[in-house]
Design a protein around this ligand. Structure first.
Ligand code: UDP
Length: 456
């Protein structure tokens, strides 16, 4: 009998590829076959990182690629151009890919699971008579906000181009977190043409989402309960965290430094400050140095992820003598196996940019946060962490936009000494784990989703 075959399509960014790869592992565990479609650019990064770290992708997950339409030297961090280009090229290439699979393989593509940020693929699937679902990788409250754009335009909160007409914090329902319309991705740039391109891309995806039979999200009912009351059509199935064994590579763009795990083994329980700002955030040299000095001042052991492109300066951007002074208690890596790090008993707190994946990974592991959002929805995630769930503190930049070394030291001390906050972190860890256990809310939603995809 043919296996149910799912085509999975992430938006081309690390924080989208990882959760969809985790979902793919979950699906192969339930008897599905996966074709995982990256852009060519990211496909080579994933394959290179895999060969550097050693390890093979699960045999039931086939990695394939489609072009994103950009030239080889063009900047993929230019979100507007990337979106514009993908919209022209990817739908057609996706259709060709599905046709080719369905003509040549016994296991035809039966479902397309597309990142909601690539929901134009749901339209392609629908046209080809293939069932489809949309996956939302960020806070579900943000999806609610995006789906409410027509209403916000009607209420004159936004203009027709999605720009704020009123200075504004929006509350979609009394118990939902306050959200600022500046958190929309198109407001990250101030250039009107680019704003418009991103806005149109997002709106196109919102309209295409209606073709999806399921909208699933990487969250859980208890974590954003007011949002799921407001938006009952969305089924949270998270936290989506692979058990991160070495034989389960999850699509990293950089090879993980596995040696930091044995270093963590040598540290006292609940002592290590883990510092990582995800895959996109960039710091200037002044800020970079303040972090280094703050970690030194804290006196705690620390594990700090310094991606090769974290600062526009070189690795020698460290304060003079810093690396020698902290060599006995500080570990600096290019890229960590973050999920394993956060699950390690020696980790005491997480200095984070509040990307949604990092947020979910911290919540699931009961690790308290020091929040340092960089852009867009990371501010929403910060207010969830600090104001709603109360499992972290804010790091607050001064008038020149810098978080000082002194503030880092003080906040680390406060956080590590706050037993009530740590107890709340443990409570949320329990709730997260309960949601994915047999009978839990995410478990039940996932089962409904899996059963629908198994129907022939
Ligand atoms: N990550 C990792 N190693 C690192 C830093 C980050 O594996 O050294 C992973 C992290 O576990 C998360 C993803 O990269 O799954 C980052 O996603 P997030 O949404 O937190 O931030 P983004 O990169 O989208 O800003």
């Amino acid at each position: 009998m043919a296996l149910p075959h799912i085509l999975v399509l992430p938006f081309p960014a690390q924080g989208h590829v990882i959760p969809l790869m985790e979902l793919s592992h979950r699906l192969v565990g339930s008897g599905f076959k996966i074709t995982f479609v990256n852009t060519e650019f990211n496909h080579s990064r994933v394959v290179d990182a895999l060969s550097e770290r050693g390890g093979e992708i699960h045999p039931m997950i086939k990695l394939v690629s489609v072009p994103d339409g950009m030239e080889s030297g063009q900047d993929r961090n230019d979100l507007a151009r990337l979106c514009e280009s993908m919209l022209l090229v990817v739908p057609g290439r996706l259709e060709q890919l599905i046709r080719k699979i369905n003509e040549s393989e016994v296991d035809k593509v039966t479902w397309v699971v597309a990142d909601q940020n690539m929901a134009f693929a749901c339209r392609v699937a629908k046209k080809m008579g293939i069932r489809t679902a949309a996956f939302w990788p960020a806070a579900s409250a943000l999806l609610a906000l995006m789906m409410s754009i027509p209403k916000l335009i009607e209420e004159e909160v936004l203009n027709e181009d999605g720009l704020p007409l009123k200075q504004g914090v929006v509350k979609l329902s009394p118990d939902m977190p306050p959200m600022d319309t500046s958190q929309f991705s198109w407001n990250h740039t101030t250039e009107p043409k680019l704003q418009k391109l991103i806005y149109q891309f997002v709106m196109n995806n919102c309209r295409a989402t209606k073709h999806a039979e399921f909208i699933i999200s990487n969250s859980f009912q208890e974590l954003e309960s007011a949002t799921f009351e407001y938006m009952p059509d969305v089924s949270p199935i998270g936290p989506l965290i692979a058990d991160a064994r070495p034989d389960k590579p999850i699509g990293h763009f950089w090879a993980e430094d596995a040696a930091c795990m044995s270093w963590l083994d040598e540290q006292p329980a609940n002592s290590v400050v883990y510092v990582a700002f995800g895959s996109i955030a960039v710091l200037n040299q002044h800020q970079f140095q303040e972090i280094a000095l703050g970690l030194e001042l804290s006196g705690q052991p620390f594990l700090w992820v310094v991606r090769p492109d974290l600062t526009n300066a070189s690795h020698d951007a460290y304060p003079e003598g810093f690396r020698d002074r902290v060599a006995s208690r500080g570990r600096i890596v290019d890229w960590s196996p973050q999920q394993k790090v956060l699950a390690h008993p020696s980790v005491a707190c997480f200095v984070t940019h509040c990307g949604w994946n990092s947020t979910m990974e911290g919540v699931r592991n009961g690790v308290p946060f020091l929040c340092w959002p960089y852009f867009c929805d990371q501010f929403l995630n910060q207010s969830y962490i600090c104001d709603e769930w109360k499992i972290g503190f804010r790091l607050t930049p001064d008038d020149s936009g810098i978080v000082s070394s002194e503030q880092i030291k003080v906040k680390v001390e406060e956080l590590l000494g706050d037993e009530e906050l740590k107890a709340r972190s443990s409570m949320w860890k329990e709730k997260a784990n309960d949601s994915v256990r047999v009978g839990g809310s995410s478990y039940m939603n996932m089962n409904r989703f899996l059963n629908a995809m198994k129907e022939q």
